[in-house]
Design a protein around this ligand. Structure first.
Ligand SMILES: Nc1ncnc2c1ncn2[C@@H]1O[C@H](COP(=O)(O)OP(=O)(O)O)[C@@H](O)[C@H]1O
Ligand SMILES: [Mg+2]
Length: 235
């Protein structure tokens, strides 16, 4: 279980997240919804240690990880696939995966992990020697997801995985996310501006507006709520 308690994220005078409380139960998918600028990425970054926490706590399986570095949190089992296709664009598919593998060196055999990636996304096997930056947006998103999954994390944070992708690729990405949850028991926290999409795979959801949680509940309940879209008007 991952808990966010009274979390605040500030950048100088800007408060991006305020008094945020959230619980992601083990083995479930949690959707974080909200318009552009609502604070979704800041919340995700605070969970993985990439953004400063000025108040509150992130607790993972009962352990307070708020003062741990990103690296320590990665070793703890938290993996973060950031928004905007953060890849090493000049490196190949395989080199990108190797870097992700080395970031959290826990032993194990890289070639086996690579085989698992390629079994899931055969197109990445075909493109293993291609420069990451020259691939299509969909293939880059598959690579990002694969890099985040390469250590079979217990917690997977995904920042707008559908952004800019064709519907058929979005479908493929989301079915892999569901498969990972089902087969590996991974706890997923997923943020999206496309509410219907995220709620179709999630068990529970939270709606952020100007850094605050304005609505939360079971995904089915949020999906059926006509007032939900109103919460999106203005960030
Ligand atoms: N590194 C930063 N420095 C200053 N302000 C930032 C930074 N990152 C985000 N912000 C601000 O914090 C707010 C929330 O941004 P963000 O977390 O990126 O929202 P979202 O992911 O929902 O679009 C916005 O007002 C944004 O301009
Ligand atoms: Mg964002």
């Amino acid at each position: 279980m991952l808990e966010v308690l009274g979390l605040q994220v500030r950048y100088g005078s800007i408060t991006a997240v305020r008094d945020c409380n959230l619980t992601a139960s083990a083995g479930t998918i949690t959707a974080i919804l909200g318009a552009n600028g609502a604070g979704k990425s800041s919340l995700m970054k605070a969970i993985s240690g990439l953004a400063p926490t000025s108040a509150g706590m992130v607790r993972v399986d009962g352990t307070d990880v708020t003062r741990m570095s990103t690296h320590e949190r990665a070793r703890f089992g938290i993996s973060h696939a950031m928004e905007g296709r953060r890849l090493f664009h000049r490196m190949s598919v395989e080199e990108n995966l190797k870097l992700a593998w080395d970031f959290r060196n826990r032993g194990g055999v890289f070639s086996q992990a690579l085989d698992q990636v390629f079994a899931r996304f055969p197109i990445l096997a075909e493109r293993r020697a291609s420069q990451a930056g020259l691939m299509s947006g969909g293939q880059q998103q598959m690579l990002i997801l694969s890099a985040a999954l390469i250590h079979k994390p217990r917690y997977l944070l995904l920042d707008e995985p559908s952004l800019g992708l064709a519907p058929v690729i979005v479908q493929q990405i989301f079915s892999v996310i569901e498969e990972v949850r089902r087969e590996q028991g991974t706890t997923v926290i997923l943020c999206e501006q496309v509410a219907a999409l995220a709620l179709s795979v999630a068990q529970q959801g939270y709606v952020l507006r100007r850094g605050e949680v304005v609505q939360s509940g079971p995904a089915a309940q949020l999906a059926a709520d006509p007032a939900l879209s109103a919460a999106y008007l203005g960030a």
